[in-house]
Design a protein around this ligand. Sequence first.
Ligand code: GLU
Ligand code: MG
Length: 453
Amino acid sequence: MRDRPSGTKINQLDPNARRILERAELEGIELIRFLYADHAGVIRGKAASRSRLAERLSTGIGHTVAMMAMNMLDQLQEVEHMGPVGEVRILPDPTTYVPLPHAPGAAAMLSDLCLPDGTPWEACPRTFLKEAVAELATEGYSLVAAFEPEFTLGRRLPDPAGGPDRLVPLDDSLCYANTGFDTAHDYTIKLIHALEQQGLRIEHYHPELGPGQQELSIRHAPALRAADNHVLYRETVRGVALRTQMWATLAPKPLADQAGNGTHLHLSLWSDTRNVFAEESEVRDGFIGGLIAHLPALTALTCGSVNSFRRLAPRMWSSAYAVYGPDNREAAVRVCSPLGETGEPNLELKPSDSSANPYLALGAVIHAGLDGIRRKLDPGPAVDVDPDTRPGQYTRLPSSLDEALDALEADEVLMEALGPLRRSAYLAVKRSEAAAFAAKDVAYELFHHMRVF
Ligand code: GLU
Ligand code: MG
């Protein structure tokens, strides 16, 4: 065991903090990353050194409020109360400490953004999800979720013509093709080890449709844990690739003419030990009705980037219409049939990708479903055809980020749920991204999204 850093007063710490400190020593951890997701959907953070960890676990790390006004191009937006004056703390959740296998010597903790007195800041995304979970609990329900990500594996190479770097996919294997398992094998096994070591349980893996496209799904968990898991997942997919001289991106459409990377969101609603989606009921219909009614606005949060809307096209199995249907893979909400007798029925929200802030996305989904339950919203008839084969019959999802943001601004329930500071910052950040990419060409958009996500 290494020397304990001086001045940590380990015996005075609460048991959680003491356990973390002891683990960090034993595991040779030097830096503990306090991570959060910003309004752009980017995972950011600051790291505490092990020698200062004892203090930082209780004080957090100081941070400027302005970072929640930063867009995905690192352009700071003008947002009232998010200027150069003002402090928050990145305060880690002690239950989330985890060494990062792909970054030896580093660990991560998922964090809240708090005021200096320790109370949650009104623009903290993780708090938004916690509050949504708490509100759902007042109606007697809890939500279990799983993010089901797809990503593209390849190499990031300079453009010979001097333009932005390009993503060159790993292979051209076919969908589910056995050769695809082999081309990506070394990376996939490293990734699985790294995820399992962080406590993320792997469900399935397969080579997906597009060049270099992979899908590796993670077991479901209670809502907050599912969002935390997705942050770790995103960073591990990219971190493992970096350490093997590869590049992985979860950007929704990194190659404009190929299959998109969805991150479908699987949801089940529980009342004590009963899965509400297991049989037809007013509550189940209400939840689906809430999703359908709020979908145009919801996409501004679940499909958070300009690049997201390149993915949401008909006949791409990514969904393009605000409809639901049993095992309908072109419906925005697929009612999934359970696997075997022990499987649980769940809903799959397809307009969802990894450029979203997972806390805002899942929190907004809860608010939409809750509104549907409370107002007993009728989801209408289930759709059992590809909705694109019935022109004019169904509501099209927004076709651009700006259109989705217009829908969000018009959605009183979601705007109210976000609250004044968060919604003004989110809208400013996302409007700025829409404008910045509208002024440039497709190559610029693809480059920046594969770089960041
Ligand atoms: N790649 C599709 C998407 O963008 C999903 C394909 C599938 O797994 O059904 O959502
Ligand atoms: Mg897939």
